[in-house]
Design a protein around this ligand. Structure first.
Ligand SMILES: NC(=O)c1ccc[n+]([C@@H]2O[C@H](COP(=O)([O-])OP(=O)(O)OC[C@H]3O[C@@H](n4cnc5c(N)ncnc54)[C@H](O)[C@@H]3O)[C@@H](O)[C@H]2O)c1
Length: 478
């Protein structure tokens, strides 16, 4: 990523073009020096992750509307946003308009909106983002960008045509640590990179084959809007032994394990844990993925998965494999073997992690975002830190103006110019890399991928999972 991504000229060109492509783009800052301008933003999926996504922008911008299909959660989110401003010694913000259907919100408010933040369950990302883009709005969408590869490609194409400023919410991409890990590897701190190993303790929500127990729909929830474009079905909860403190059924949070609405542990954590890998391997797309997993069903992702992605060479790295492990296998964490050079207590603390294994050492991160990577053996880490201190470390990666705040960085780029760290040119391909693993999981066979043709070439039946079988009418904007 060159430093020139934060170029003002490119931003102005893009927004001017967006202005000509749509009837009412309302991009406040087109052709002006926008520094200090407050944007008019909307939060779709107001509670859950939406709360912290709103917090990333609310002190500097106006939240003019919030949308959530759960009335109770919607009102709570509006109250929490007001409190967040007051706690930061800001005046109480003007009350946002509250909606349960984002299509109605766009119909009524599109003239006033500059940008839209989307933090709904995965199955609604594509729909809400397409509605935003249709109206010429900048979009910041939670990870994974979408939960099918077809949706990812369509959304990326639409955003490019609209020339809107885009971002995915994978915060690791904005952090210093991910940049340092790439620079250490490219500057030879671990010799030659040979192999990458990734893991997570997820799922921490029910997954695996599961019954649906029909229950009356909660009064505060519009279940049919929650289902959105997926087939209509009665409200249900999980069997009692699968219920958790957080949720009795798919809403809230526990939709993650269901193929219709989530994308399993891999889709949930892959856009974080595979992010540094994708950057370090120069954004290549795998050609083959091998799979082993616990029992799958047509409806739900398995309780554990082990994958091996075969990554082609780039101009900076040789071809290599990237392994992914998640869940609990036979009662123990499904994770790689501990290398001797990593201390046991360091290893045991890591619920998720990544190892970039070189001929002379390992870049190690014991978390999902590559926020604080280190190098083993220790003396190599000491040398790397000394190089940072004495200025001999070369900072070749562009730094984010707002580390650990992808929503804030996105808004900053809309106002001041520039391209967000996880703009769709990057994050669409990252999401495709991640979701390819689910094609292998769902077909239970090693798959070979032809990215130009968007096709699995060796297992025809795997192609049924590249795109949803159907969408209910009225959800994909015309
Ligand atoms: N970047 C991160 O670290 C991070 C962390 C958690 C979640 N996420 C992502 O954020 C998204 C939301 O996850 P969550 O854990 O908050 O889920 P959640 O189910 O807890 O919350 C989602 C909210 O969206 C609302 N909603 C559902 N359908 C909607 C619709 N059609 N229109 C408007 N609102 C709707 C729900 O009522 C709920 O309040 C997911 O894509 C998830 O992967 C990212």
């Amino acid at each position: 990523m060159a430093n020139s991504i934060y170029s003002r000229r490119r931003f102005l060109g893009a927004t001017a073009l967006a202005g000509s492509a749509f009837a009412v783009p309302n991009i406040l800052l087109r052709g002006q020096d926008g520094a200090g301008k407050r944007l008019n933003l909307v939060q779709i999926g107001a509670n859950g992750k939406g709360l912290s996504d709103t917090q990333g922008v609310t002190l500097n911008h106006n939240i003019i509307a919030m949308v959530d299909v759960d009335q109770k959660r919607l009102e709570e989110a509006a109250k929490k946003n007001e409190k967040y401003n007051l706690d930061a010694s800001k005046p109480a913000p003007a009350a946002p308009k509250l909606y349960k259907d984002f299509r109605k919100m766009f119909d009524e408010m599109h003239k006033d909106i500059d940008g839209v933040i989307i933090a709904t369950p995965d199955h609604t990302h594509f729909l809400a983002a397409m509605w935003a883009i249709k109206h010429g709005k900048h979009v910041c969408v939670q990870k994974p960008l979408c939960n099918t590869i077809w949706e990812v490609r369509e959304l990326h194409k639409a955003a490019k045509e609209a020339k809107v400023i885009t971002q995915m919410g994978n915060q690791g991409r904005t952090m210093e640590g991910q940049r340092l890990a790439k620079e250490w590897i490219e500057q030879g701190r671990i010799g030659t990179l040979k192999e990458i190993k990734l893991w997570t303790n997820r799922p921490i929500w029910p997954q695996g084959p599961m019954e649906k127990v029909l229950k009356p729909q909660p009064e505060n929830l519009d279940w049919d809007l929650w289902l959105s474009s997926t087939p209509s079905e009665p409200y249900f909860e999980f069997p009692e032994d699968k219920q958790t403190k957080r949720s009795n059924g798919p809403h809230p949070f526990a939709w993650r394990g269901w193929w219709s609405w989530g994308s399993g542990a891999l889709g949930d954590m892959g856009c974080h844990i595979m992010d540094a890998t994708f950057s370090i391997l120069n954004q290549v797309i795998p050609t083959k993925i091998e799979v082993e997993s616990d029992t799958i069903s047509d409806l739900c992702a398995p309780n554990w998965t082990s994958l091996k992605y075969h990554m082609p060479a780039s101009d900076k790295q040789q071809a290599m494999t990237v392994s992914w492990q998640d869940g609990m296998k036979n009662g123990v964490a499904n994770k790689p073997e501990k290398p001797d050079m990593i201390k046991q207590d360091t290893w045991d603390k890591a619920s998720s992690g990544m190892m970039f294994i070189g001929t002379e050492g390992i870049v190690y991160e014991g978390d999902a975002y590559c926020k604080s990577p280190r190098i083993f053996p220790e003396d190599k880490y000491t040398e790397a830190r000394a190089a940072l201190g004495n200025g001999t470390h070369k900072k070749t990666e562009a730094r984010s103006p707002m580390p650990d705040n992808p929503q804030g960085e996105w808004a900053h780029c809309i106002v001041n110019g520039g391209t967000p760290s996880s703009n769709f040119d990057y994050s669409a391909a990252l999401t495709e890399f991640v979701l390819l693993g689910n094609l292998a999981v769902r077909s239970q066979q090693a798959i070979s991928w032809d990215k130009e043709a968007m096709k699995v070439t060796n297992v025809e039946s795997a192609n049924q999972f590249v795109k949803r079988p159907s969408y209910r009418p009225g959800w994909i904007p015309a």
